[in-house]
Design a binder for this molecule. Structure first.
Ligand SMILES: *Cc1c(COP(=O)(O)O)cnc(C)c1O
Length: 420
């Protein structure tokens, strides 16, 4: 590898066809933001939209807004935009609730669709809320299911085959939140179908981060997050996907009125709405969902294939620069890259380091924002919509300085905050 220098990267930024997308975001001066995988940066349009929803819609048009500004169909309209990002058809995705709640809804529906089968398959290293939801649901259903956890995600297809006709649902997160390891969606889904089971994908670290083809993979069910790579804002509504072929069979466990066939008939009895809408529960958070709706428009003007190419270029560059500038993944300074090669990589890079926590705090103090995941991971998300090649250089340069000077070891950086 020939050494890279900052001038080379200035040229790459100047040639980057995606560079203008950065102007769609409001980013603080002097900050290098490598945490869009935890909370996406704020799209300028989202801020303007929230202002309009509050002042022009809520304040001025009051309750008429449900019709006049079509608040009522906002979950479906957002869903259709998300569908284009995750390879689904119109009417297969709806924005609603949180990822955790959507997991509950779809996992419960899946278990009902596979009566008599006991096993829910997931990974030890899945994001904990996914496991907690499965545990809570199992308890609610009388504890008759087994949450079987795979230690190494690479073995998921074997584990599916092993569970065989006792497998009800494989509930797998497509891109691992710690390591950035990405599953083969088509092959894993096919294995679940061979076992006669349903496949439920969590796209929290995939939607807007990597090209996803739910229809192409013949996926059954999926959920995903609105506030990470989709940039919908803190606590943005999440989304859920149900393949067309399954929609009429879904019996929503949270049978709220927004999923009723005719909510404004105020019937005594619940009858599920047609299609994806039955998976709604209560009234959506209109202000938050409007922000998400505006944020999604950035993606309507971007091409996921081009975004993927830049994401891989940025993550490759980061890994190479860490080797060049920071003693190498296994070098003197003790950084070990735990993120796989390009074909199995999401849009993040993580390094294990025994002093990961104070090092990350020192880096954040320098204006380079990544995050820390216990016990020892420094995690960096790369969002090709607004991250520049020179940002990667400057981020690594800051880390190098922190290591060289020992600045990371100051007492203030060892204090643990509530949110890491
Ligand atoms: C971020 C994330 C969630 C978040 O769930 P919330 O209900 O939005 O808090 C769930 N699952 C995975 C895999 C995640 O990465």
């Amino acid at each position: 590898m020939t050494a890279v220098n900052r001038t080379d990267l200035e040229a790459r930024d100047a040639d980057d066809p995606l560079a203008p997308l950065r102007e769609r975001f409001e980013l603080p001066e002097g900050i290098i933001y490598l945490d869009g995988n935890s909370l996406g940066a704020m799209p300028v349009d989202a801020a303007m939209r929230v202002r309009d929803v509050v002042r022009k819609e809520w304040a001025a048009d009051l309750i008429k807004s449900w019709n006049v500004h079509d608040w009522f169909n906002l979950p479906r309209r957002c869903g259709d935009k998300i569908a284009t990002i995750v390879g689904a058809s119109p009417g297969e995705v709806v924005a609603a609730d949180s990822t955790s709640v959507n997991l509950f809804k779809l996992l419960a529906a899946a278990l009902t669709l596979r009566p008599g089968r006991r096993i829910i398959l997931s990974e030890t290293d899945n994001f904990p809320t996914d496991l907690y939801i499965a545990q809570g649901l199992n308890r609610l259903l009388g504890g008759e299911h087994e949450l079987r956890l795979i230690e190494d995600g690479a073995n998921v297809i074997d584990a599916i085959a092993e569970a065989g006709d006792d497998l009800a649902c494989a509930m797998i997160t497509h891109v691992n939140y710690r390591t950035g390891w990405m599953h083969d969606m088509a092959a894993t889904t096919a294995a679940a179908h061979d076992a006669g089971a349903l496949m439920l994908w969590d796209l929290a670290h995939s939607a807007g981060a990597v090209p996803v083809d739910l229809n192409g993979a013949n996926a059954d069910l999926a959920v995903g997050c609105g506030y990470k790579y989709l940039n919908g804002g803190p606590g943005a509504p999440a989304f859920l996907y149900v393949a067309n072929r399954l929609q009429d069979d879904i019996r929503p466990p949270l049978s709220g009125w927004m999923g009723h066939e005719a909510p404004f008939l105020f019937d005594t009895d619940y009858r599920p709405a047609e299609g994806i809408t039955r998976n709604l529960c209560g009234t959506p958070s209109v202000i938050a969902m409007s922000a998400l709706d505006a944020a999604l428009d950035v993606f309507m003007d971007a091409d996921m294939t081009a975004l993927r190419a830049k994401s891989l270029a940025l993550t490759d560059l980061f890994i190479d620069l860490m080797a060049q500038e920071c003693g190498g993944p296994d070098g003197d300074w003790g950084f070990t890259c735990v993120t796989p090669a390009a074909d199995r990589r999401g849009s993040q890079v993580s390094f294990a380091h025994a002093d990961g926590y104070p090092i990350m705090q020192a880096l954040i103090d320098r204006g380079v924002i990544g995050d820390f995941r216990a016990p020892d991971l420094l995690r960096f998300g790369f969002t090709p919509l607004y991250t520049r090649y020179t940002d990667v250089w400057d981020g690594v340069a800051a880390l190098k300085d922190i290591m060289q000077t020992g600045a990371w070891d100051a007492a203030q950086f060892h204090e643990k905050a509530a949110v890491t």
